[in-house]
Design a protein around this ligand. Structure first.
Ligand code: ATP
Ligand code: MG
Length: 526
């Protein structure tokens, strides 16, 4: 009695064990993390290692089977998300949880009672509060925009603002930088450092070890549900962490063949494409033209929200173009349905893999056959050949190294990285002529990233025309033969990816610093 808690840790999670019964996966097996107050603590591990599960337990979303949680030296039994929140814990999820038709401000205050007289929320006050919060944290965003209109990067900001608005003390960020541009990451890190200076504690999950080294004070490594290493960041190096994550030596660098081939025949032709936003008011794509050749990777670099999404959706038939044309191998597919695009050999991997790329409540088998169930390999017109579908799913799961206990697991039960592998498996195996791929390695661990890059190179060697959209400039530079920069719906630069091209140069065009001086390089021979 009268004992004052003197723990040096704000949070201790000890010997946490968790089995998901639906699929009989032991997600956590004696996982541990000890976090000091006012620090940035990185939690790393391969896809499926249990990072999100551990944090969901902290947030009261999942129940642990065994283990203890201590907060400020007191043992707590976290009953549900509301309880966890009342203890000052908040989490930004790996997959966003925003309401598309609500504005930024509405999403930020959703669920928090700031009622005025008569129990109504004053929208003006809300917008003002969000504006202030946005300014204080450095996470700038216009509060009156609808979430539907936002890029993934902007949505991420809203999620973080939401937490800040609730005033959480321990803030969990589950892969917050995945779809941010370098500038946005810098902003986020500044915001995170500001929070730390205010005494907040941040748990930061990321697959990007460079980021982890840059931002964190301490690191905990999970492997297959177990904590295998923990320590001060300054006493560890990237190689050691990678080794701890995987349990074996892995090469960190990737081998690509950019610029080596000289592709000739254009497969995808895009001519003077104009696309409007969903309300049909603003032109988001303003007269874009380019070709992608067989055996070429064309990278599109740009700060998220500059028309990339509208462009790819129009290319794949998800949106209608207001004018202009799209040809696949000579066939005009402008404004045709998605199925016509697929039948003409186009495959598409969107950045939003839960919302668009997959059906989270359906099984792996169903998700894999979603684009091909009516084709002869799987169907005789009236029946789907279930055993052929199973065989196909089984082979792809093996080939793409998807970590799952069964092909009947629903996609929503897989870890983030494994969901991406399923979508990639489906789209790559559809044997397309043209592949549009957005943020291909968002959320993937080192091994899976390398796997995807190797596969992309194979696709290239097999003379596929590949359009790569990525907010990760390193990725664009590592993989692309040619790079276009998109800014405010227009192509503002067109580069051959030669050794002299730097991130800084591309970055300047991405920021619109060379407006109106369109840069075009003549094709040069290497
Ligand atoms: N809701 C769920 N139901 C059943 N199994 C699940 C569920 N969520 C996760 N799992 C399983 O638990 C294991 C750990 O998943 P978790 O999402 O915690 O991994 P992670 O480390 O966050 O991976 P990633 O880096 O891919 O996000 C995986 O094998 C996953 O398939
Ligand atoms: Mg996760």
């Amino acid at each position: 009695m009268g004992v004052i808690a003197t723990s040096k840790y704000i949070l201790e999670m000890l010997k946490i064990r968790k089995r998901y019964e639906v699929n009989d996966v032991l997600a956590l097996n004696d996982a541990e993390i000890r976090v000091k107050q006012g620090t940035i603590h990185a939690l790393v591990g391969e896809n499926g290692a249990g990072k999100t599960t551990l944090m969901k337990i902290l947030c009261g979303i999942e129940k642990k089977d065994a283990g203890e949680i201590w907060l400020n030296g007191d043992k707590v039994d976290i009953r549900n998300p509301r309880h966890s929140f009342s203890l000052g814990i908040g989490m930004v999820h790996q997959h966003f949880r925003l309401i598309d038709d609500f504005t930024v401000a509405e999403n930020v205050v959703l669920g928090v009672e700031i009622t005025r007289k008569f129990g109504f929320i004053s929208l003006r006050d809300v917008i003002l509060a969000v504006k202030r919060l946005s300014k204080d944290s450095g996470l700038m965003i216009e509060p009156s925009l609808k979430v539907r209109e936002l890029s993934m990067g902007q949505r991420q900001k809203v999620e973080i603002l939401k937490l800040l608005y609730r005033g959480a003390d321990i803030i969990v960020l589950d892969e917050p930088t995945s779809v941010l541009t370098e500038q946005e990451i810098t902003d986020l890190f500044n915001a995170v450092r500001r929070l730390k200076a205010q005494g907040k504690t941040i748990i930061f999950i990321s697959h990007k070890l460079k980021e982890v080294m840059e931002i964190s004070d301490e690191i905990t490594v999970l492997r297959k549900g177990k904590t295998v290493q923990t320590g001060k960041t300054e006493e560890l190096n990237e190689k050691e962490i990678a080794y701890a994550m995987v349990g074996e030596e892995i090469p960190l660098e990737i081998k690509t063949s950019k610029g080596l081939s000289m592709p000739k025949r254009a497969i995808l032709h895009v001519r003077d494409l104009h696309v409007k936003d969903r309300r049909g008011l603003v032109e988001e794509v303003r007269g874009i033209s380019f070709d992608v050749k067989a055996g070429e990777i064309l990278g599109i670099a740009g700060v998220a929200g500059n028309g990339q999404k509208e462009l790819v959706e129009a290319l794949f038939g998800i949106r209608k173009a207001s004018s202009g044309s799209v040809f696949i191998d000579g066939k005009d597919v402008t404004s045709s349905s998605i199925r016509v695009h697929r039948e003409n050999g186009m495959a598409y991997i969107p950045d939003d893999r839960i919302g668009e790329g997959s059906c989270p409540t359906s099984s792996i088998v169903e998700n894999i056959i979603a684009d091909r169930y009516y084709k002869p390999v799987l169907s005789n017109r009236s029946w789907i050949d279930i055993s052929a579908a199973r065989r196909m799913a089984g082979t792809l799961v093996k080939e793409y190294d998807v970590r799952t206990s069964s092909i009947y697991s629903t996609i929503g039960m897989l870890s983030g990285g494994n969901i991406q592998k399923i979508i990639i498996a489906r789209e790559f195996s559809s044997n397309p002529k043209v592949l549009i791929i957005c943020e291909p390695t968002w959320g993937l661990d080192i091994r899976s990233t390398k796997f995807v890059y190797d596969r992309l190179m194979e696709m290239k060697i097999n003379r596929k025309a590949i359009l790569l959209i990525s907010s990760n400039l390193d990725e664009i530079l590592d993989l692309s033969d040619r790079i276009l920069v998109i800014y405010e719906g227009e192509i503002v630069a067109d580069f051959n990816n030669t050794a002299v091209l730097t991130k800084a140069v591309i970055g300047e065009y991405m920021m619109g610093l060379h407006l109106k001086t369109l840069r075009r390089e003549k094709s040069t021979t290497l």
